[in-house]
Write a protein that binds this ligand. Structure first.
Ligand SMILES: Cc1cc2nc3c(=O)[nH]c(=O)nc-3n(C[C@H](O)[C@H](O)[C@H](O)COP(=O)(O)O)c2cc1C
Length: 361
């Protein structure tokens, strides 16, 4: 296993300066290095990416959603998803499922992998998941929640948390009711994606409602949704009534989104295209410990490369080249050429442009 090798001294220095400005937060019995946490994302929030994001300032991370039935049936691929890297400090394992007993049994197994907390997915809008009564479907009939939460809670010693949406649809927005039940049953904190299930990923996250929750909630709230640009994250950090914020898609295109909000107008620094290349190289280094072959590594790195290049000139040319290249080393070489050629170009990402409009929460 590779050690946590630093980035280049120039990049590491910038990271260290900004990391030192973060303020730790407390949510229930848990503390985190910063109020900016990485949101769970299926097929993306694997151990290598979570490690990378902690290196780049995320105060904590959550795994992709993991099926309780897959865990209970000892499915090999599912069990692999439970692995927590010994270098990870602040990770929650997220489980999904519909039955309290099956979830409790799976939570016990997940606990033995030593995460910091166990999280329940109550936001997934995907038909296949909702159809079984799991994910955001759990928001529909709140009378089942006391038994659901207490059965899982009783099975484990680790703190239990939940991630929800604002409600099932516009007419049944009930996050506050769910949070009150969660408080009664000893849930530690609640992350809320500011959309209803019916909205899926359309429209904008309802920050007005998230702020009302932040003000009224008896539990610590993590606000989530559309925090994709430094200016929006900064604005929310300065004004929000939520205890913490959760960033999902944003850091895929700007891996420094956990750090840049801490930059001061007087700072003479910015993250260069070569810094972005360094980030990709570190992700490859971490991924080598987990990938089954160069091919699976290549497939996963390609998508990160395309996201990482967003906001720079000539991205479509770079994307075409990357997808035509079947070899990992060649891909790295092309990427080195591309990012180096950008010299001191600054990234230009648009506010709220639509990006990856489907997911599991
Ligand atoms: C590709 C993708 C996968 C996702 N997977 C999960 C998941 O496994 N569990 C979950 O609770 N939410 C999942 N989500 C939802 C995110 O955690 C987050 O709530 C949502 O993307 C809104 O935040 P953002 O605008 O910062 O991305 C996923 C979202 C995306 C885009």
């Amino acid at each position: 296993m590779t050690k946590n090798a630093p980035f280049t001294p120039e990049l590491q220095k910038k990271i260290d300066i900004l990391k030192a400005r973060r303020k730790p937060i407390q949510m229930g019995s848990l503390s985190f290095d910063s109020p900016l946490l990485l949101a769970p994302m299926s097929s993306i929030g694997t151990a290598p990416f979570r490690l990378l994001m902690e290196d780049l300032g995320a105060g904590g991370t959550v795994s992709e959603l993991i099926s309780c039935h897959g865990i209970n049936y000892k499915n090999v691929r599912t069990t692999e998803m439970l692995k927590v890297d010994p270098r990870e400090k602040n990770i929650g394992l997220q489980l999904f499922g519909e039955g309290a007993e099956a979830m409790a049994e799976a939570a016990k197994v997940a606990e033995s992998f030593n995460p910091k907390f166990i999280d329940i997915n109550m936001g997934c809008p995907v038909k296949k998941v909702v159809g079984t009564g799991a994910g955001s479907s759990l928001l529909k009939d709140t009378s089942t929640l006391p038994h659901f939460f207490s059965t899982i809670k009783k099975a484990i010693k680790l703190p239990l948390t939940i991630k929800i949406r604002t409600g099932w649809d516009h007419d049944t927005i009930n996050a506050l009711e769910v949070i009150h039940i969660a408080k009664e049953e000893g849930i530690e904190f609640v992350a809320v994606h500011g959309r209803t299930r019916a909205q899926q990923y359309t429209g904008l996250a309802n920050w007005e409602y998230l702020e009302q929750l932040g003000a009224k909630s008896p539990l610590d709230i993590i606000g989530n949704g559309d925090l994709h640009t430094v200016s929006f994250v900064k604005e929310k950090m300065n004004t929000t009534k939520c205890t913490a914020l959760m960033l999902g898609r944003g850091p895929l295109r700007n891996p420094f989104l956990f750090l840049e909000p801490y930059m001061l107008p007087t700072d003479d620094m910015f993250f260069t295209p070569e810094d972005h290349l360094e980030v990709i190289k570190k992700l490859i280094e971490y991924s080598r410990d987990y990938a089954h072959s160069d091919h699976t590594l290549l497939v996963s790195i390609r998508k990160h490369l395309i996201w990482m290049a967003a906001g720079y000139n000539n991205v479509s040319y770079f994307r075409d080249l990357i997808f035509k290249t079947p070899d990992l080393n060649e891909t790295i070489k092309i990427s080195e050429e591309f990012f180096t050629s950008l010299k001191d170009q600054r990234k230009r990402l648009q506010d709220h442009d639509s990006f990856m409009t489907s997911g599991h929460g």
